[in-house]
Design a protein around this ligand. Structure first.
Ligand SMILES: [Zn+2]
Ligand SMILES: [Zn+2]
Length: 314
């Protein structure tokens, strides 16, 4: 049974096929947008909200992740684009990409089998709505911004932790197999890492719902899509003149994360540059040089102050 509409209305629109239901919803709910009508038809057709939500999330993850990786795979095949490759000599071979694809697929099926059956009941407990119409774009924009900022903060600290001793050796090392990343490598990681860093993506919306009781499942679906795009693009290995970070200076993008894979230390955040900048963990030789210069200046200032103090005493 679905809770998207009341049972009397549901009986009036039910039909044997998805297209029958869609037609009935289009005829009786003209005020809804196209996407809202399709969403409502899907939940009505599935007639089982737990399965509908589980399947929706699985499909969105697979389609959006691999759909976003495909253009990067094609770009890797075209030499014209090499001039924008951050590590131009490191082009992933088709064999490497194939091995990575198989591993990511396997991990998707293993890690996601459980959430498929448990996600909807959890949403229901937290009051996450599946009803139509969807929230306004202003609500969506506000919630996406909050989730992006919180996920980035979570990612920064856990990723930094994953670079320590045993955490790196037994967990995070897998993700660093590719010193020159490519789109598909975004989710090439140990299951423990997938779950720990995945909390930043899924956990904050759940906490938000718990505290505000104001979250729609459509918002979570779009947020996960945006976060997947961010992760795949950050691993793409390309920095174009039209890449977002060239217009929004605090956006991390591929240039930021590529340096992390190249040098293994620094640039731990996912979406934004502000934590690595503020906490002095920027990666790469330029950042290192700047850091050393800053330290030298600080030491010189300290020595000068000390000399002044000694002079006064004398
Ligand atoms: Zn790392
Ligand atoms: Zn990475």
């Amino acid at each position: 049974m679905t809770e998207i509409f009341n049972s009397t209305y549901l009986d009036s629109i039910r039909g044997p096929t998805f297209s029958d239901i869609t037609k009935n919803i289009f005829a009786t709910q003209p005020h809804l947008t196209f996407l809202e009508k399709i969403w409502a038809a899907y939940y009505t057709y599935m007639s089982n909200d737990t399965l509908a939500t589980g399947l929706l999330f699985f499909m969105v993850h697979e389609l959006m992740y691999f759909g976003r990786c495909l253009p990067w795979f094609i770009i890797d095949q075209i030499p014209y684009f090499r001039k924008w490759k951050i590590q131009p000599k490191q082009i992933p071979s088709n064999k490497e990409q194939w091995e990575c694809l198989k591993s990511v697929l396997k991990s998707h099926f293993l890690v996601e089998a459980l959430p498929i059956w448990t996600f909807h009941p959890l949403c229901k407990t937290l009051g996450i709505s599946v009803a139509v119409p969807f929230p306004s774009w202003k609500t969506l924009a506000l919630q996406f911004s909050v989730f992006f900022v919180l996920e980035d903060l979570w990612h920064y600290w856990f990723h930094r932790l994953f670079h320590y001793g045993a955490f790196y050796k037994y967990i995070h090392k897998q993700h660093h197999r590719y010193a020159a990343p490519f789109g598909l490598a975004a989710e090439y990681a140990h299951p423990v890492e997938v779950m720990a860093l995945g909390f930043g993506t899924v956990g904050f919306p759940l906490l938000w719902a718990y505290f505000t009781r104001d979250l729609h499942l459509f918002t979570i679906t779009c947020w996960i899509t945006l976060r997947l795009f961010q992760a795949v693009d950050a691993h793409s290995g390309y920095d174009f003149p039209w890449s977002l970070h060239n217009f929004v200076p605090f956006w991390a993008g591929a240039e930021h994360h590529d340096l992390h894979h190249h040098y293994f230390i620094g640039n731990y955040a996912s979406s934004f540059r502000w934590w690595d900048y503020t906490l002095d963990t920027e990666a790469g030789p330029e950042a290192k040089k700047e850091r050393e210069e800053r330290m030298k200046l600080k030491a010189e200032r300290k020595a000068a102050a000390l000399a002044q103090k000694n002079k006064k005493i004398a």
